[in-house]
Design a protein around this ligand. Structure first.
Ligand SMILES: Cc1cc2nc3c(=O)[nH]c(=O)nc-3n(C[C@H](O)[C@H](O)[C@H](O)COP(=O)(O)OP(=O)(O)OC[C@H]3O[C@@H](n4cnc5c(N)ncnc54)[C@H](O)[C@@H]3O)c2cc1C
Ligand code: SF4
Ligand code: SF4
Length: 1016
C-alpha cells in the first residue's frame, strides 16, 4: 500500500507535475473506450529524468505506470489503477529531420497532423493516418500501431518505425533499431552485457529460433496477407526477419514495440520513415450497389487499380443523414436508394489520369455486373464525401438514451478476399441477437467498422457485450483474421488473445512480457493477463440514470446526466490552434487535459452519478432543499470537483457545434453553476457581472463620473481590486448618451431628413437618407451596444436607413447574456420569458429582429428556447427563426437583390475578419464575409483564430487574465500585429474588439462600421 507521504515525496522529487487528488484521478480514469478505472495518481513529467524516477518508484513500490498521450484509445489501453503518465504536454518536440534520407525524429507527444504540417515544406509526410490525426500523438500511434483509410498504400505505423528510444522497466535507457546480422553472439547484439536489454534479445532469440515455436506462430497468427493486424505482440512479424527467416530483413525490435500498448517500453523518442507527398490530383469514384455483398466483391476489382482508399458507406449511414441539412447537401451525388456505396480514391499527378483509371474501374465492374451508378467526384467534392462518411456514425452516436453504438467488435480485419463471406456470417450472428450494425470504413484493407447498439447500463446489455465479442472472436479465428485491425487489444480484446493465437503462442507472449517487464510495471493487464472484458466498465449494470431538476430544458438528451454522458472521450476537443477550430480554447492555451471539454463532461458525469462525497450545503434558499430523495440528488451539484474543472470553461460554445457528440459544456456549466449557487450563495463579483445592465444603467446617468473613475489610475486600480478584475485590463467606458436616448431624438429628426453630424461624418449631397417606402426591421438594442458601443449602434441604424429600411427599436429587456454567462439562470429565465412575450407578435419573417452583438441576439436562437415556459416554446422557436445577426439580414437582402454593389465605394481595402465564437457555433461567418465583400474592391480574409480569449467577463477576471491573454496570443494577436495600418480589422463581438485592443493596441471595427464607411 502506497502512502500519501510516499506520493508526496515523489511529487516533490519531480520537475513536472504530479497529482493524486480525486479530480485529476477521475479525469484520467477513462479514455475513448467503454472502460473506467481510477488510477493511483497522474504524472505529467517534464524531463526524461522524471520518467526514469517514476519507473524506479513503480518498481520499488510495486505499482505500475500507464504511458499516455492523447488518450483516444478505443479499447481501454490507457485505463488502469497505477500511475497514468501523460507525456502529451511536455514531450512535443520535433527533434531532427533528414530530408535526404527521409526520416524524422520526434518526441512521443507530437501530434500526427502537426508533424505533417512541419514536413510539408520538405515535400514529405508521415503516411499512416487515423481519423483522430488532428490530436493523436506519435507515442500513441506507435503504442497502438495505428493506421487509417490510406493503409492500402501506407500500411501501419509499424512499417514506418525506424528506431525508438526509451526506458526499460529497470530504468535503463535503450535504443531499438535495425540490428546487423549475423552477430558474433547474442550478447553482441547489445552494447551492455548482463543488462535487461541483453536478456531481452536472448529471450527473443530463444523463442524465435525454436522451430516448434516458428511453426506454431506461422500456423496460428492472422494471415500474413492481412495488412492491418494488431493481435498480441507481433512475434509473427519479427519472425519474418533475420536470422529467423533468411530474407535480408534485419532484426528490429521496433516491430514488437509497435502495437505493444505501452506494456514493454516507455518511449521517449521515435525515428520515423517519411515519404514524398502523395500526388496532388484526387478523384473519388463513388460506386452505388444494390447490396452490401455486391460492394464487397466489387471492392476486389477496385483494389487491382491501386487506389489510395476504398471505403464503404452503407445505407444506414445514408439514412442517418436524411435529417441533417449539412450532410444532406454532402450526399448530393447519391442516386436512388443504394444499399452500399464504395468510395474509391484515386490519386494521380493529373486529373486526366484520375479520370482514365476511374473509367477502367467502372468498365471492369460493369463487365462483372457490379454497381448501377458510377459518379466520379473531383476537387472540393472529394472532401464532402469523406465528411459524409464520418458524419453518419456521429449522427447515430448522438441518439438520446442509454443504448449507444458500442465499440466492441468494431475493429476486426480479415483478408479482403474473405470479406464478403465474413460479413455475411457476421450479420447472421448479429441477427440472432436482434442487433444490427452500421457498416462503414476500410473495405480496401479488409476492415469494416461495425458497432452494435447496446445499453451497457443493463444486465442484458452487459451480457450481450460479452456474448457478441465471444461469437465474433470465433468467427474471426475461423477466417484467420485479426480481432484488432487498428485500434489495438487493450482491455477489450486482451481476453481473447489466447484464443486467437493459441495457448502455446500466448505463453510466448507472456514470456516476452516477463523478459521486458519482470515486475509488471508497464501498463499491466493489457495484451496478456487481461481480466474479463465486461469488467471495469464506465457504465455498470443497473446503475440507473437519476433525473435532476434543472432550470434549462434538457429533455432533448433525456436529462442533464445523459447530456454529460454524450461524451465518449473521442478527444476532438484536444485539437490545437494549428490543427484548427474553436473547441477548446482553454486546452489550446494550457495543453492540460483538465481544460478539455472531455474533462468537463467527465467530471460532471461522475458527480451526478454520485461518485463523489457529498459536501455539506452552506446556504440554501428557504424550503428549496428539504430533506428528501430529490434534495439529496440535487446536492450532487454541490461539487467542488466540478466547480474546479469548469473554472476555465469560457462558455464559448465551441463544443456545441464542434464536438461530434454534441456535448454542450456551455449549457452544462450554466446549469451546474446555477445549482451550485443555490447551495452556496452567489459571490459578490458574480452578482456584479450578472447585474451589469442594471448597474450600467445607473452609471449611465453620470457617465463622466464613471469614465473619470476608470480613466484615473488610482481609482481605476481600486475599483478593479474591489471587483476582482485584472489590473492590466482596461474597462469599457460609457458614452454621453445611450443608444436608446439617441434613437428617440433621431426618430423625431428622421421623419424628414437624417443627417450624420452626430456620427462626426462629413455630409455630402448624396448622403440624403430617406425612410420613405422602406421595409420595417426591429433592432434589438442589446445592453452592450446601448451603453458602451453607442456610436456603432448609431451607424447600424443609419446604415440600415440609408439602405432603405425603417428601423424601430421595440420595447424589450436586455438579452440576459451576463446572467447566463454567470449561471444566474433564474434571472435569465425571467428575461427570456418577458422578451419572448414582448416580441412574439412583432417579429416575423417580414419584420425580423436584427442584432448587432452576436452573444446577445443569439440568446434567442439558443438559451431562450431552453429557458421559457413550455407553453411559450413554439413562440420562442418562431422568434428564434427570425432573430438575425445584422450580417445575416444584410446578406439575405443582397441575395434578394435589395442591396447592391453600386451603393458602395469602389475603393480598395483589405479586411481581416475575426469571428465571434457564438456566431461560429450557432450561425456562420459566411454571411459576414458576403456582406464585407460586397464593395467592388473589398477583399476579406478570415483570421484562422478560435476564441479571442475574452469571452464576456472571463478575460476581465483577475485569475483568468493570464489564460485569456494566452488564448489571444495563439493566433489572433500575432496575426493582427502583422497587419499594416491600412488593413481593416473586423470583429463583431464587443468582447473580441476589447480583447484585440488590450492585446494589440489596435482598433477593430464592427461590420456595420466598415459598411457605413463604404456606403456611398
Ligand atoms: C473517433 C475515433 C476514431 C479513431 N480512428 C482510428 C483510426 O482511423 N485508425 C486507428 O488506428 N485508430 C483510430 N482510433 C484509435 C486512436 O485514436 C489511435 O489508436 C491513436 O493513434 C491513439 O493515439 P493517442 O495519442 O490518443 O494514444 P493513447 O490513447 O494516449 O495511447 C495509445 C497507446 O500507446 C501507449 N503509449 C502512449 N505513449 C507512450 C509512450 N510514450 N511510451 C509507450 N507507450 C505509449 C499507451 O500506453 C497506449 O497503450 C480512433 C479513435 C477514436 C476515438
Ligand atoms: S467532449 Fe466531445 S469532442 Fe470531447 S471527447 Fe467528449 S465527445 Fe469527444
Ligand atoms: S464552451 Fe468553449 S471553453 Fe467551454 S468546454 Fe466548450 S469549447 Fe471549451
Amino acid at each position: 500500500m502506497i502512502t500519501k507521504d510516499q506520493l508526496q515525496a515523489l511529487a516533490q522529487s519531480l520537475q513536472g507535475d504530479f497529482h493524486y487528488d480525486t479530480v485529476m484521478r477521475t479525469l484520467y480514469a477513462t479514455d475513448a473506450s467503454a472502460y473506467r478505472e481510477m488510477p493511483l495518481a497522474v504524472a505529467i513529467p517534464k524531463t526524461e529524468e522524471d520518467i526514469k524516477k517514476l519507473i524506479l518508484f513503480a518498481k520499488a513500490n510495486k505499482t505500475s505506470l500507464i504511458p499516455r498521450t492523447a488518450g483516444t484509445s478505443l479499447a481501454g489501453q490507457v485505463v488502469g489503477n497505477g500511475i497514468v503518465v501523460d507525456v502529451s504536454k511536455n514531450f512535443t518536440k520535433i527533434l531532427e529531420i533528414n530530408a535526404e534520407e527521409k526520416w524524422v525524429r520526434v518526441q512521443a507527444g507530437v501530434v500526427r497532423d502537426e508533424l505533417n504540417m512541419f514536413l510539408k515544406s520538405y515535400g514529405l509526410f508521415f503516411g499512416p493516418e487515423t481519423s483522430t490525426a488532428n490530436r493523436a500523438m506519435m507515442g500513441g500511434m506507435v503504442g497502438n500501431n495505428s493506421c487509417g483509410s490510406n493503409s492500402v498504400v501506407y500500411r501501419s505505423t509499424r512499417e514506418h518505425l525506424l528506431e525508438v528510444r526509451g526506458f526499460l522497466s529497470d530504468g535503463s535507457e535503450v535504443v531499438f533499431g535495425n540490428t546487423p546480422y549475423p552477430p558474433l553472439s547474442v550478447s553482441a547484439l547489445t552494447t551492455k552485457t548482463n543488462s535487461l536489454e541483453n536478456s531481452i534479445y536472448q529471450k527473443i532469440h530463444e523463442i524465435l529460433s525454436n522451430p516448434e515455436n516458428q511453426a506454431e506462430i506461422r500456423k496460428e497468427f492472422p494471415k500474413p496477407s492481412i495488412e492491418r493486424r494488431n493481435t498480441g505482440y507481433a512475434l509473427d512479424v519479427l519472425l519474418d526477419s533475420e536470422p529467423f527467416t533468411n530474407n535480408n530483413v534485419p532484426l528490429n525490435l521496433c516491430k514488437l514495440i509497435a502495437g505493444s500498448e505501452g506494456t514493454l517500453l516507455f518511449i521517449t523518442e521515435i525515428k520515423l520513415n517519411i515519404v514524398p507527398l502523395p500526388p496532388k490530383e484526387k478523384g473519388l469514384l463513388c460506386v452505388h450497389f444494390n447490396s452490401l455483398d455486391e460492394s464487397l466483391r466489387a471492392n476486389l476489382i477496385a483494389l487491382k487499380y491501386q487506389p489510395t482508399a476504398s471505403e464503404l458507406i452503407d445505407h444506414y449511414v445514408l439514412e442517418c443523414v436524411e435529417n441533417n441539412i449539412e450532410q444532406k447537401q454532402n450526399s448530393f451525388f447519391v442516386q436512388g436508394k443504394p444499399q452500399a456505396i464504395l468510395a474509391v480514391e484515386i490519386s494521380k499527378s493529373t486529373q486526366e489520369e484520375v479520370i482514365e483509371i476511374a473509367k477502367q474501374i467502372e468498365n471492369e465492374m460493369k463487365a462483372n455486373n457490379f454497381g448501377y451508378h458510377f459518379p466520379l467526384l473531383l476537387d472540393e467534392d472529394v472532401k464532402k464525401v469523406w465528411n459524409l462518411r464520418k458524419a453518419g456514425l456521429g449522427l447515430l452516436s448522438n441518439m438520446a438514451g442509454d443504448a449507444k453504438p458500442v465499440a466492441v467488435i468494431e475493429d476486426t480485419a480479415v483478408d479482403v478476399n474473405d470479406l464478403p463471406d465474413y460479413i455475411r456470417e457476421f450479420n447472421q450472428i448479429l441477427a440472432k441477437y436482434n442487433l444490427f450494425c452500421v457498416h462503414y470504413a476500410h473495405a480496401g484493407s479488409g476492415e469494416i467498422h461495425l458497432r452494435p447498439i447496446i445499453d451497457l447500463k443493463t444486465e442484458e446489455g452487459n451480457r450481450l457485450f460479452k456474448a457478441i465479442a465471444d461469437e465474433i472472436a470465433k468467427l474471426v479465428k475461423k477466417y484467420k483474421g485479426s480481432l484488432s485491425g487498428e485500434h489495438g487489444d487493450g482491455r477489450l480484446r486482451g481476453e481473447y488473445i489466447k484464443f486467437m493465437v493459441g495457448e502455446k503462442n500466448y505463453e510466448l507472449l507472456k514470456e516476452i512480457k516477463r523478459a521486458f517487464d519482470p515486475d509488471n510495471i508497464f501498463n499491466p493487464n493489457k495484451i496478456v493477463d487481461t481480466p474479463p472484458m465486461n469488467t471495469s466498465l464506465r457504465y455498470t449494470p443497473n446503475q440507473g440514470t437519476p433525473q435532476f431538476k434543472t432550470v434549462l430544458d434538457f429533455s432533448s438528451t433525456l436529462g442533464i446526466l445523459r447530456a454529460a454522458e454524450q461524451c465518449n472521450g473521442s478527444g476532438d476537443c484536444r485539437k490545437t490552434e494549428l490543427t484548427g477550430g474553436t473547441m477548446c480554447p482553454s486546452y489550446m492555451a494550457t495543453r492540460n487535459e483538465k481544460e478539455t471539454t472531455r474533462a468537463r463532461a467527465n467530471i460532471l458525469r461522475e458527480a451526478l452519478s454520485g461518485k463523489f462525497d457529498i459536501k455539506p450545503i452552506r446556504f440554501s434558499k428557504p424550503n428549496r432543499f428539504v430533506k428528501s430523495n430529490e434534495a439529496e440528488l440535487q446536492s450532487r451539484f454541490n461539487s467542488e470537483e466540478v466547480k474546479e474543472v469548469m473554472d476555465l470553461c469560457l462558455s464559448c460554445k465551441g463544443c456545441k457545434s464542434e464536438c461530434p457528440s454534441n456535448v454542450d459544456v456551455g449549457k452544462l456549466k450554466a446549469e451546474f453553476t446555477h445549482q451550485y449557487y443555490q447551495m452556496n450563495g452567489v459571490p459578490f463579483r458574480t452578482q456584479l457581472i450578472g447585474n451589469f445592465t442594471k448597474l450600467t444603467s445607473l452609471a449611465a446617468l453620470f457617465p463622466s463620473i464613471y469614465n473619470f473613475v476608470f480613466t484615473t489610475k488610482f481609482t481605476a486600480s481600486l475599483a478593479k481590486s474591489v471587483m476582482g478584475f485584472a489590473q492590466k485590463r482596461s474597462i469599457p467606458l460609457l458614452e454621453k448618451e445611450t443608444l436608446r436616448a439617441w434613437y428617440k431624438k433621431h426618430k423625431v429628426l428622421s421623419v424628414r431628413t437624417l443627417t450624420t453630424t452626430e456620427l462626426d461624418q462629413p455630409i455630402t449631397n448624396n448622403q440624403q437618407l430617406t425612410t420613405k417606402n422602406s421595409k420595417k426591421v426591429y433592432l434589438f438594442c442589446d445592453e452592450f451596444t446601448n451603453y458602451n458601443d453607442v456610436s456603432m449602434g448609431k451607424k447600424a441604424i443609419q446604415l440600415l436607413e440609408k439602405l432603405g429600411y425603417e428601423v424601430e427599436i421595440p420595447l424589450h429587456l436586455e438579452s440576459g447574456r451576463t446572467y447566463l454567462s454567470k449561471g444566474l439562470l433564474n434571472e435569465a429565465k425571467d428575461i427570456a420569458i418577458r422578451n419572448v412575450d414582448l416580441l412574439k407578435k412583432l417579429v416575423s419573417e417580414e419584420t425580423p429582429l436584427i442584432g448587432l452583438e452576436p452573444s446577445a441576439i443569439l440568446t434567442f436562437r439558443d438559451e431562450y428556447i431552453d429557458l421559457v415556459h413550455d407553453y411559450q416554446k413554439e413562440d420562442a422557436k418562431k422568434l428564434a427563426k427570425n432573430a438575425l445577426l445584422i450580417d445575416e439580414f444584410l446578406a439575405r437582402e443582397i441575395d434578394k437583390g435589395n442591396i447592391k454593389k453600386e451603393q458602395f465605394t469602389e475603393e480598395k481595402k483589405l479586411i481581416k475578419l475575426h469571428g465571434h465564437c457564438h456566431q461560429k457555433s450557432l450561425a456562420s461567418l459566411t454571411p459576414t464575409k458576403k456582406v464585407l465583400s460586397l464593395p467592388a474592391n473589398y477583399t476579406v480574409h478570415l483570421i484562422p483564430s478560435g476564441c479571442c480569449g475574452m469571452a464576456g467577463s472571463f478575460g476581465y477576471e483577475e485569475e483568468h487574465y493570464e489564460v485569456s491573454m494566452k488564448i489571444g496570443e495563439l493566433v489572433l494577436f500575432p496575426t493582427i500585429r502583422q497587419q499594416p495600418d491600412e488593413v481593416i480589422i473586423t470583429a463583431n463581438g464587443t468582447s473580441c474588439r476589447h480583447q484585440i485592443k488590450d492585446g494589440t493596441g489596435k482598433k477593430a471595427l464592427h461590420l456595420v462600421e466598415v459598411m457605413w464607411e463604404a456606403v456611398r
